[in-house]
Design a protein. Structure first.
Length: 99
């Protein structure tokens, strides 16, 4: 976005609005993506995830939140823009509604 701005490629109000949204959301998206990638890696090697982002369902069975490391706090999860453990458990319940 900065390069587009420097090269005068932003012309309209919409261009500037979209550029601002990308710049504003970029850091947050990076933190969330990093947390999700770490959780995926940890669960794939048989360790508990840290950020409560990974779920699994066996066949037609219910969705389950994969094991979560109890040492990681919701404060740290919030810093990584991931759900609290309670929110992740609520998401698990929501995924199973109507199953």
């Amino acid at each position: 976005m900065k390069a587009l701005f420097a090269e005068d490629h932003l012309q309209s109000g919409n261009d500037y609005c979209h550029a601002a949204m990308v710049l504003q959301q970029n850091d947050r998206a990076a933190r969330l993506l990093a947390a999700e990638a770490e959780d995926r890696f940890l669960t794939n090697i048989g360790r508990p995830q840290r950020f409560a982002t990974q779920f699994t369902a066996d066949g037609n069975g219910p969705w389950k939140l994969k094991p979560v490391d109890p040492v990681v706090t919701d404060n740290f999860r919030r810093l990584m823009d991931t759900p609290s453990l309670a929110d992740a458990k609520n998401q698990e319940a929501d995924l199973n509604k109507g199953r």
